[in-house]
Write a protein that binds this ligand. Structure first.
Ligand code: HPA
Length: 247
């Protein structure tokens, strides 16, 4: 049984160095996950991979079945999850091509299936979400980054927006005023559902572009894709170092 899972985001539909052992189709009480789970070995250590947007990258951020994805991972015995996600950089040092491991979240998403605690309840449950990410998994990511020579920014606030469109310049100004350092579309409800499932979760954010209005001109998909190629190479290096250190 594997204990660590990686949820891949945009540009990250397969984990190239994963030696695939088994693919598992899971049906959940919340519907279908984005794809079958891929169980395999990363440098000899067991890891499970799930592409958040589906194997063919066809599920947009607001249509991802976050509950089914996490239920499927939980049912496979996983208790630690790393969510790899493309984001826009807002803070000056959050430059495209870099990696950040945020420590806070502001949630601007809406109309997503965001909780397990709404039907057939015996009691009302309110999870603590003061610190939205697992400090254990965050530190493991930062340590692995150091070990593999990958520069990763420690901390920052992730603003989760609804998408699939990118933000307006003024929306980014508002996010900046609110204290957001990064903006992405998939960080929530993934993080809070992981907490509801009692799983340890952290985000490995890959900065794909400057957020709208931070730099001159429109944001292009070419720019995003080019930066993701660079950033994801770093993520791969970091993940190998991380799994090597797994107990
Ligand atoms: N905004 C929201 N999500 C994103 C961005 C962005 O600028 N870049 C990559 N994902």
């Amino acid at each position: 049984m594997t204990a660590l899972a990686i949820i891949g985001g945009s540009g990250f539909t397969n984990l190239k160095m994963l030696e695939v052992v088994r693919r598992e189709v899971v049906h959940t009480p919340y519907g279908e996950p984005s794809a079958p789970l891929t169980h395999g070995l990363l440098d000899g250590k067991e890891v499970t991979f799930l592409p958040r947007h589906g194997s063919g990258h066809i599920i947009p951020p607001h249509k991802v079945n976050y509950r089914a994805n996490l239920w499927a991972l939980k049912s496979a015995g996983i208790h630690r999850v790393i969510g790899v996600a493309a984001v826009g950089g807002i803070r000056k040092d959050m430059q495209p091509g870099m990696i950040a491991v945020p420590d806070q979240i502001i949630d601007y998403t809406y109309c997503r299936q965001h909780t397990l605690f709404e039907d057939d309840l015996q009691k009302v449950t309110h999870i603590d979400f003061t610190e939205p990410y697992s400090e254990n998994v965050r530190q493991a990511l930062l340590k692995a980054a150091k070990k593999s020579g990958v520069k990763a920014i420690d901390g920052g606030t992730y603003g989760a927006t609804q998408g699939p469109r990118l933000e307006t310049a003024m929306e980014v100004t508002r996010l900046q005023r609110d204290g957001c350092d990064l903006v992405g579309m998939t960080g929530m409800p993934e993080a809070s559902l992981a907490r509801e499932f009692d799983m340890e979760y952290a985000s490995c954010s890959v900065i794909a572009n400057w957020a709208a209005g931070i730099n001159d001109g429109p944001i292009t998909m070419e720019e995003i894709e080019a930066n993701l190629v660079d950033g994801l190479k770093q993520v791969h290096k970091l993940l190998v170092a991380l799994t090597k250190a797994l107990d």
